[in-house]
Write a protein that binds this ligand. Sequence first.
Ligand SMILES: [Zn+2]
Length: 202
Amino acid sequence: MMESAWPVTYSIDSSDHLTQVNEAFTAFADDNEGGTLSPDQVVGRLLWDFLTDETTKSLYRDMVQRVRRRSMPVRFKFRCDAPDLKRLLAMEIDRGEGDTVQFTITSVLEERVLSAARSAIRMSESGALLTICGWCKRVPLASGEWGEIEEAVDELGLFHSGSTLQLSHGMCPMCYDAVMGMIDDPEVGASGTVTLGGLGAT
Ligand SMILES: [Zn+2]
């Protein structure tokens, strides 16, 4: 697993095509997608091609539109884990020249996890289907609450080597409300106070 250098930066033109990505972006995208991307393969592509979840795509579009229209940045923290790392990142979306928009991602907190549950499970095309929130990395529990993946693994009895999980990316109601709050109220969006999923006991 490659460690991303920080910050990760990328920008889009007025029609949402990527105009610039830094080296860290490609490492970051590799971390998340498992593929290998070079800046050449990324620049010129539509930003939205890199987002698979429709709800997430639509909310990012709204945030970008808000940034362009109000010339106020949107700042929030979100979870982006690696297999052995819980990681809280900070996103800043700000307006550049014209209708360009600049994205900057920095690392806020990282916590090594030597979790038996995490290392035992393997993500695959088959196995128990779990929806994971792409923003806070929580998954739905039997109680109806959303919790850390270890809790769900315990619940499902997957705590043994070789178990597989099929993860589908979605968005939990808490993150949806928090992001909608930032879109509805640009002051909240610019304040940087919104955190989607913390580290530790959340
Ligand atoms: Zn969430």
